[in-house]
Unconditional design. Sequence first.
Length: 211
Amino acid sequence: MAVKMDQVLATARTYLNDDASQQFPDPVLIPKVQEAHRELQEELWIIGSPLVRGQTAPLAYVTPATTLTAAMAAVTDFLCPTALFENTAASTIVQPGWVPMTEAFYIPMGTAMAATLGFWCWQQEIIVLAGATVNRAVVVRYRRQITIPVMATDPIGILFGESYLAARAAAIAAGTVGNKEVYDAMTALAKENLAKVISANRGQQKSPMKP
């Protein structure tokens, strides 16, 4: 069963000795949980967790476009690409013929459109392409954002994440009121719990780059 933010809020208040929500009601404490959630996603990315990796279904590249912006519009959890693959137009994910595209800092000068896309680069949060003379199918592997909870009834979306989120949110809250003792204790607990969350969400695949 998915853990919801209300459990994180309740545990954080227990750590803060505020079970009655007198000092840290939801409007005050929720932003602390959200900041802790962002931090946890960064930690999961650093260790290569599959939880923060995504792969699109085959996307339609339509010539003569030089970006993938239109095709990526429906990918709502997209943060940044890690690898691109291309195939003939309308290919399905199970068909053979998928080949990795080459990432570049910039599309090489003098690159002319050809029958394949070949190059891609990530510039100003846009996937830029050399372009192709024919339509192609493209699959994008990417770093994804886990939806950050907004309401107390929203799921946190991270297995065992409540143990880190509650301690870290309590630390942030204690820091805002100058309670160094509680801040230090909760920071230490958050670090301890982070190791457990990472272990639960590490996965077995170390590299997302192979097709």
